[in-house]
Design a protein around this ligand. Structure first.
Ligand SMILES: NC(=O)C1=CN([C@@H]2O[C@H](COP(=O)(O)OP(=O)(O)OC[C@H]3O[C@@H](n4cnc5c(N)ncnc54)[C@H](OP(=O)(O)O)[C@@H]3O)[C@@H](O)[C@H]2O)C=CC1
Ligand SMILES: N[C@@H](CCO)C(=O)O
Length: 428
């Protein structure tokens, strides 16, 4: 049998301890599948005295993750600390410079620095693997990079932030407002230290930018992702969307259009009976569409100790087996700089507004839509006892610019109360 593959593990939190547990529990199985033993030689975290619910006595300790990354007895540096700057970036760069392969769960690091890291790693003949960084335990990177390698990808999309999906489904199931469910999620420990990473769509946007790079052979371009969080979604929208046969999801969509690369992570309506519409709780779902394979739907745990460590160790086993692929599927130097699509493709839209209940109000709104070039598909007015009427409109296909034009025209009608809500309906 070949010499053992030696791991240096930086980060002993949720994911790091999950990695330790898998290495210890499945040492024989991993050795059999890898053709060599896989061992942890050294670890690093901030606080050496912390009780970590795992036996770490057989591992050397480094206070500094950069020192860990450079140790002679480390072949693969596993970065599960988090953060796109500071120790995660420094130690990953040091590991590559020291000739180590890298496995990371850190989507923020790769969304911001993935291209440069990939160039450095590939120049030195090293690999960076990041299955755990996108949709946790779902092996979507492997599916896209390997199983679908012979497809021209049409679209990748998905619900890739479990916390947001938990919040939206809990609002619907319990009939609770956003603020209350957000607080519940905080108490359950679901939210990132900076909750805006979750509810602002940033975490999921990081993940989408990595999928888009592989799917379309482009340099990671997180800055070009259109981001909109779930903070403005009301229980009224969830109910009304349901009345029209839809569920609201924080949905990421990436596709290459004639106008450039479209990447957006925004709240969207999807048909209730679709796989995405049926996705409840903290689960993730990724949908991959290739020109030969058609549509593939992958569903599973997007976070948590076991699922995320499973993905990290899947990458480690690949390295132990000798699998060596370019970081983003094609050599980093061949990845093209994407042109960002200035306007996303047209889609149907859900519009919710409150109208002054007086003759001709609805006609004024319909005229404004017509003037903006938007055709109405369906419309619904709710019964009401006061002088203000809630109205829902589902449009035929329109661009965001058309919708913005219509919203501006609504203001001039004098019959729309407050700010209307406009949400894209994704054709899934
Ligand atoms: N948790 C999850 O379900 C998922 C996490 N990820 C990603 O995995 C990574 C790790 O997440 P998670 O395990 O949840 O994070 P945790 O906060 O649970 O753990 C982070 C670990 O990193 C250590 N650490 C932080 N800063 C330093 C430093 N300066 N020097 C040395 N060690 C440091 C911490 O040390 P100490 O314990 O001493 O404080 C801790 O052990 C992140 O990039 C995250 O986005 C990806 C998918 C899912
Ligand atoms: N905060 C993330 C963790 C996994 O990346 C989520 O809720 O999905």
């Amino acid at each position: 049998m070949a010499a053992p593959l030696r791991l240096g593990l930086a980060g002993l939190g949720t994911v790091g301890i999950g990695v330790v547990q898998i290495v210890q529990k499945h040492a024989d199985l991993i050795a059999a599948r890898s053709g060599r033993a896989v061992v942890i030689t050294a670890v690093s975290a901030r606080d050496r005295t912390k009780n970590r619910d795992a036996d770490l006595s057989g591992f050397a300790w480094e206070d500094d993750p950069v020192a860990l990354a450079c140790r002679d007895d480390v072949d693969v540096f596993i970065e599960v600390m988090g953060g796109h700057e500071g120790p995660a970036r420094l130690a990953t760069e040091a590991a590559i410079a020291a000739g180590k392969d890298v496995v990371t769960a850190n989507k923020a690091l790769l969304a911001h620095h993935g291209h440069q890291l990939a160039l450095s790693a590939e120049a030195g003949g090293r690999v960076i693997r990041f299955e755990a960084a996108v949709a946790g335990g779902i092996p979507v990177i492997k599916a896209l990079t390997e199983g679908l390698a012979a497809n021209g990808m049409r679209r990748v999309m998905g619900v890739m932030n479990g916390t947001c999906n938990y919040i939206l489904t809990r609002m619907e199931d319990a009939g609770l407002p956003y603020d209350q469910v957000f607080e519940e999620a905080r108490q359950l420990g679901y939210l990132e230290a900076d909750p805006n990473l979750d509810v602002g769509g940033i975490d999921a946007g990081h993940k989408l930018s990595l999928l888009a790079a592989i799917a379309f052979g482009t340099q990671v371009s997180f800055d070009a992702v259109e981001l909109e969080g779930i903070g403005a979604i009301s229980i009224d929208d969830i109910r009304h969307a349901g009345d029209m046969g839809y569920r609201i999801k924080l949905l990421g969509v990436a596709r290459m259009t004639g106008r450039g690369l479209e990447q957006r992570m925004t709240p969207c309506l999807v048909p209730m009976e679709s796989p995405l519409g049926q996705l409840s709780g903290g689960t993730n779902m990724v949908v991959l569409e290739g020109d030969s394979v058609g549509q593939i739907v992958m569903r599973g745990a997007g976070a948590g100790m076991g699922p995320t460590a499973s993905a990290v160790m899947g990458d480690v086993v690949d390295i132990a087996r000798g699998v060596r692929l370019p970081v983003f599927g094609v050599p980093a130097r061949a990845l093209v700089v994407p042109v960002a699509a200035a306007v996303a493709a047209a889609s149907a839209w859900y519009l919710r507004m409150v109208l002054v209940d007086k003759p001709g109000a609805l006609a004024k709104v319909a005229t404004a839509l017509g003037e903006a070039g938007i055709s109405i598909d369906r419309m619904r007015q709710y019964g009401h006892s006061d002088a203000q009427a809630p109205v829902l409109i589902v449009t035929h296909k329109a661009t965001r610019d058309d919708v913005n034009d219509a919203l501006a025209r609504f203001g001039a009608t004098g019959v729309v109360v407050g700010t209307p809500v406009a949400l894209r309906i994704e054709d899934v």
